[in-house]
Write a protein that binds this ligand. Structure first.
Ligand code: ATP
Ligand code: MG
Length: 749
């Protein structure tokens, strides 16, 4: 069980009673480096929590001298609670948090040493991008050929590796327009400092600079944190590793727990090699291997272990359980994705009827877009759910943007929607334009879109912005007309395409971009269930309304990445089809390494289950409006028959029932089909009216400005009114020449 013999605990301590000897060893070996390298569910996190409590309870140290690093803020909260519970008292002064949270906390105290002020801002991705764009512009880089997102991605990977601009190896450099990538990186860092801002990568990177450049500061933290503990160690990147090593090097009291078979963040720079480095850097480290799994029953563990055994690059381990065989892993073939959602919904309902708490169920998906079908199904069934580690489908940024376009089409008065997208993608219509539109809209008592239609007929806006705005207005008019006859999904696809919105994400080189494009496609798919746009939009608002309950007991829906470290009685694993899972992009980009990371994800998924795991695969899915037949995932073939029960769509063992899904497809639940027609027509009628109310021509404005009168305009100066058309004036300006302006913008001279 242990790689090097560790003496049994000398002091029988009640805290240790609930641990096995291997776990106890990892807890009581308080001095020196300890690496717990063990499989899923073997109690690694439990070891860490107990170790924290043990260090305090035995009087070795106070909470103040402990530093624990977890993977999410939620995990940090749970660990703090658990330690307090074990000790029977709160643990003030204990630092538990993510790498970023802790690094930020330290950096705030010494910000000036890296050129920042303690009040520095932590930038989000949007701000980062804006900044990179500015830097590229200043360097005369054509951002069509070298999009800011690509450059930012490059910079982030360097930061993951702990490389400041002067440390990036020359081989890594590349031309970016007339400039070089490293030079852009350097300029970007310079701008961040000028703005008193740091991005996420900087928190660690500045931390490294701080510790290496200021031994006194480092010594201060080395003295303070006598014991350092790290969970999910397999997913640390190089910068995080170096940061840890610096903090721990004086006393060497570093305890890391991890599982090489659960390393799933390679795409973000995580390096499993850090595990191997650990033994090299901390000579004499105690390596503890735990093999008893306390989480899952035998079949689940057997299936998961056999699956991961197909990976070549692994340290290898044998897990066992005393929990009995339990139920075999159910592998269920369904007809299509709609049936997949129904099947899971039915099982959860049945569980609910049998008195099981909803918190016992989790649906773990490979990619974010997959949550939509399950969310809608659970909403239809009235089953509360939460999306863990992410937003509900209809709350995601790209979905809200897309919906905003559709809302303006269906309802031209929807100013909130218009404001959201009038400059999304970027069209060069900034805040000044928006302010002008607001002024006009207020003055005329009309919508922003109507105000825009009015403003473009005047000279209030510079020609280029006027032309852009005019194109946008014309597009909306065209889309609105098309929406009268075209199926809703088609019009949505056209809008996303013609507005440049899809292209915006296609040009995006950040790791999150493909997920957003998938979400947009999923949106079009969702719309396809409705004939007309208004019916779909109504469905969305109803759905969102129902989803905002405050139930305590909820089903969890999340991506496999977010499920790390968690456990549930029943786990549903949908979408096990080639291309979906293993994900095609991961394989295309990284080949075998990509496939192995996918397999580790599958392994993480299966090992989340305590008693029941149900894997589903659909025979076909709607992709780009076309039915696409899918091959079952290769991972299914890697699950040994003895641990698996193959089922049809109804959950019957295969061979006992008809074709999967037969007779089931037609009763497809299409929420929204029951919408009252009256509603429909109201919206359609509203759309039939012209978007811009036609102003009656009058010879004089309410302010008394009439033809022939002298006026003054802020921008164009003095002039004489040539014609009055409602609140639009035609003026011959003394200097600026003939212009159309808005009455509200001139004063009688
Ligand atoms: P993962 O790799 O998924 O993060 P882990 O190794 O961190 O898993 P834990 O989450 O700590 O495993 O433990 C898995 C489950 O087993 C938990 O419910 C935990 O309470 C239980 N467990 C761990 N050790 C023991 C033990 N010695 N006796 C009883 N239950 C245990
Ligand atoms: Mg854990």
């Amino acid at each position: 069980m242990l790689s090097n013999a560790v003496p049994a605990p000398i002091e029988p301590y009640p805290l240790l009673a609930s641990l096995n000897p291997g776990q106890q060893a990892a807890v009581v070996r308080t001095e020196g480096a300890v690496l717990v390298l063990a499989g899923a569910g073997t109690g690694k996190t439990r070891v860490l929590t107990t170790r924290l409590a043990y260090l305090i309870a035995t009087g070795r140290t106070g909470p103040f001298s402990l530093l624990a690093v977890t993977f999410t803020n939620k995990a940090a909260r749970e660990m703090a609670e658990r330690v307090a519970q074990l000790l029977g008292r709160p643990t003030e002064g204990l630092w538990i948090g993510t790498f970023h949270a802790i690094a930020a906390r330290i950096l705030r105290r010494h910000a000036e040493l890296v050129g920042l002020k303690s009040t520095f801002t932590i930038l989000d991705t949007d701000d980062q991008l804006r900044l990179v764009k500015q830097v590229l512009e200043a360097a005369n880089v054509d951002d069509k050929r070298w999009p800011a997102r690509g450059v930012l991605g490059l910079i982030e990977r360097w930061k993951d590796r702990g490389l400041t601009p002067d440390k990036v190896p020359g081989d890594d450099d590349q031309a970016v327009g007339p400039s070089r990538a490293i030079a852009i990186y350097r300029a970007y860092q310079q701008r961040l400092i000028e703005l008193n801002a740091a991005d996420f990568g900087d928190l660690l990177l500045h931390g490294l600079t701080l510790f290496t450049g200021h031994p006194d500061v480092l010594a201060q933290y080395q003295d303070r944190f006598r014991y350092i503990l790290v969970d999910e160690y397999q997913d640390t990147n190089v910068a995080q590793y170096l940061w840890l090593r610096l903090l721990a090097q004086s006393h060497g009291n570093l305890c890391c727990v991890g599982d090489d078979d659960q390393s799933i963040y390679g795409w973000r720079g995580a390096q499993v090699d850090n595990i191997l480095r650990f033994e090299r850097d901390f000579a004499g480290a105690t390596v503890v291997r735990l093999e008893r799994n306390y989480r899952s029953t035998g079949h689940i563990l057997g299936a998961a272990s056999a699956l991961i055994a197909h990976n070549a690059g692994r340290l290898g381990k044998t897990l066992w359980t005393e929990a009995g065989d339990g139920e075999p892993v159910a592998v269920r073939g369904v007809w299509d994705d709609a049936e997949e959602a129904r099947a899971i919904g039915e099982e959860i309902e049945a569980g609910q009827r049998a008195g099981l708490p909803l918190g016992a169920f989790a649906i773990l998906v490979r990619a974010g877009f997959q949550t939509r079908a399950f969310e809608e199904r659970l909403i239809t069934l009235g089953v509360p759910y939460r999306v863990v580690g992410g937003l509900r489908f209809y709350e995601r940024q790209e979905i809200r943007d897309a919906l905003a376009y559709l809302r303006v089409i269906a309802q031209p008065d929807d100013d909130l929607a218009f404001e959201r997208i009038y400059n999304q993608p970027k069209r060069g219509l900034g805040d000044t334009t928006l302010q002008l539109l607001h002024t006009v809209a207020r003055a005329r008592g009309c919508s922003l879109l109507a105000a825009a239609a009015f403003a473009v007929e005047t000279d209030e806006l510079p020609p280029q912005r006027r032309a852009t705005l005019r194109r946008l207005i014309e597009s909306f008019a065209r889309w609105r007309q098309a929406a009268e006859t075209m199926p809703a999904a088609e019009i949505a696809a056209v809008v996303l395409d013609e507005s440049g919105y899809t292209a915006m994400w296609q040009q995006d080189k950040l790791v999150t971009a493909p997920g957003r494009l998938d979400n947009l496609q999923e949106l079009v798919r969702a719309i396809a269930e409705f004939e007309r746009l208004p019916a779909f939009l109504e469905h969305v608002s109803l759905v969102m309304d129902m989803a905002t309950g405050d139930a305590q007991d909820m089903v969890s829906i999340m991506t496999l990445h977010s499920a790390k470290g968690l456990e549930f009685d029943t786990v549903f694993l949908p979408g096990w089809e080639e291309g979906v899972f293993p994900n095609q992009l991961a394989i295309d980009d990284k080949g075998i390494a990509g496939l192995e990371e996918e397999r580790r994800l599958a392994h993480v998924g299966l090992t989340r289950a305590r008693r029941r795991a149900c894997v589903l695969y659909a025979g076909r899915r709607l992709v780009h409006g076309q039915w696409q037949a899918n091959l079952p995932s290769r991972f299914l073939a890697e699950l040994p028959a003895k641990h698996v029960i193959r089922q049809d769509a109804l959950g019957q063992p295969l061979g006992h029932a008809a074709t999967p899904g037969a007779g089931h497809v037609a009763e497809s639940a299409r929420p929204g089909y029951g919408l009252r027609p009256s509603n429909y027509h109201r919206v359609l009628d509203a759309r039939a009216k012209p978007a811009v109310p036609l102003a009656k021509p009058v010879a004089q404005t309410p302010e008394g400005i009439a033809v022939g009168g002298r006026v003054f305009h802020q921008k164009f100066g003095y002039g004489r009114v040539r014609a009055v058309d409602g609140d639009k004036l035609d003026i011959a300006f003394d200097k600026a020449g003939d212009k159309k302006v808005m009455a509200g913008f001139v004063q009688k001279a």
